[in-house]
Design a protein. Structure first.
Ligand code: APR
Length: 182
């Protein structure tokens, strides 16, 4: 039985939803990882995804590094791997910008979202969960990051039907709620 995979209906994301919780628990097609350029794991979201998703994720990250990104994944870019033991099917690893007062890097943060959605389309993922990329270790203020993330998703041309921002705490949830309302 050949499943006929229709091309995604390209347009704006139908639903942007907010949830306070743990991104590793999300039963969506793809979860986005706030990675670093090494793709070798880390703390925060990265640590949680690798811990819960298991070694298969890191194995594929190593293959990607060897075959496509020997110098590391550049900031603003994204790549996909299996989600291993996570409820999701894929992990889309993206590298957010480190916040800098002296330099506007919002275009790189926006790129994390648009490129992750482009990869979701290539995979045929219809539901995608994003964390608040760059707002932890990378120091991006929530009130600056949230509008960039929301606007990048809102203006994306994609077949993804639902983007779910999964916020780890109340402050992040509130920042995204205000950005969504704005
Ligand atoms: N689910 C959802 N959100 C989470 C989770 C989780 N399990 N764990 C942390 N967060 C939130 C943080 O509270 C923060 O708001 O994700 C946001 C991003 O924080 P980080 O994970 O620190 O990511 P980032 O700021 O992009 O820094 C990336 O940190 O972990 C390392 O390897 C990673 O070097 C990279 C850097």
């Amino acid at each position: 039985m050949h499943s006929l995979r229709c091309p995604p209906i390209i347009g704006a994301v139908a639903d942007i939803t907010l949830l306070q919780g743990d991104i590793t628990e999300q039963d969506v097609d793809a979860v986005v990882n706030a990675a670093n350029g090494s793709l070798m794991g880390g703390g925060g979201v990265d640590g949680a995804i690798h811990r819960r998703g298991g070694p298969a994720i890191l194995e594929e990250c190593k293959q990607i590094r060897e075959s496509r990104y020997p110098d590391g994944l550049p900031t603003g870019n994204a790549v996909a791997t299996t989600a291993g033991d996570l409820p999701a099917r894929w992990v889309i690893h993206t590298v957010g910008p480190v916040y800098a007062k002296s330099e506007d890097r919002s275009h790189l943060l926006a790129s994390c979202h648009t490129k992750s959605l482009r990869i979701a389309d290539e995979l045929g993922a219809l539901t995608v969960a994003f964390p608040a990329v760059s707002t932890g270790v990378y120091g991006y203020p929530l009130e600056l990051a949230a509008p960039v993330a929301i606007e990048a998703v809102r203006s994306a041309s994609t077949g993804v039907a639902e983007v779910r921002f999964v916020l780890f705490d109340g402050a992040a949830y509130q920042a995204f709620e205000e950005a969504l309302a704005g």
